[in-house]
Design a protein around this ligand. Structure first.
Ligand code: GDP
Length: 174
């Protein structure tokens, strides 16, 4: 059995749902009372990917970011995949995805020089006051080199597992 160790980054503006996403994915829960980590930290999730492959995911969540801040190279070091998340009720969090993706592409690449597989997540799709259209997300995703994009609701547990499975699949195929 092969075990893959995959470092995955979760980036995006503050308050879009990054910590909730990791918490939901790793612990299967959505609640508002868990203790927020301060600074950079990672959570671990083990997957039985196939009969011959296990995957150990290290999910690095930048906690406590209120707005876009260029990250240090150390944070990106060794990352093999990335989630860029925004909140569909916040147009600024969507616009900032460009900066997050650029920062990533400037500082992190695979050994062969390619950019790291990155998935774009449009979170809080359970809310009715959405201001970012599927059409603009689609165009943005294609223009900026994302593997794909998905709507998620961490609150309603929609597409959380699916998004991570899609990303892992992409990482293992490169
Ligand atoms: P972070 O700063 O990006 O890590 O965001 P948090 O995980 O702290 O989430 C910010 C707020 O959004 C919290 O109050 C969460 O409960 C809430 N939240 C996260 N995901 C969702 C979602 O899918 N739907 C709704 N309605 N609220 C969410």
């Amino acid at each position: 059995v092969t075990e893959h160790l995959l470092k995955i980054l979760i980036i995006g503006d503050g308050n879009v749902g990054k910590s909730s996403f990791v918490h939901r994915y790793v612990n299967g829960q959505f609640n508002k009372t868990y203790k927020m980590t301060v600074g950079v930290d990672f959570s671990v999730k083990l997957l039985n990917w196939s009969e011959k492959e296990k995957v150990r995911l290290q999910l690095w969540d930048i906690a406590g970011q209120e707005r876009f801040i260029s990250m240090t190279r150390i944070y990106y070091k060794g990352a093999l995949g990335c989630v860029v998340m925004f909140d569909v009720t916040s147009s600024s969090s969507f616009l900032n995805c460009r900066l997050w993706k650029q920062d990533l592409d400037n500082k992190a690449m695979l050994l062969n020089g390619d950019s790291i597989p990155c998935i774009l997540l449009a979170n809080k799709c359970d809310l009715t006051q959405r201001v970012v259209s599927a059409d603009s997300i689609n165009r943005f995703s294609k223009a900026n080199g994302f593997v794909t994009w998905m709507e998620t609701s961490v609150k309603e547990n929609k597409n959380v597992e699916q998004a991570m499975r899609r990303l892992v699949q992409e990482i293992l195929s490169v």
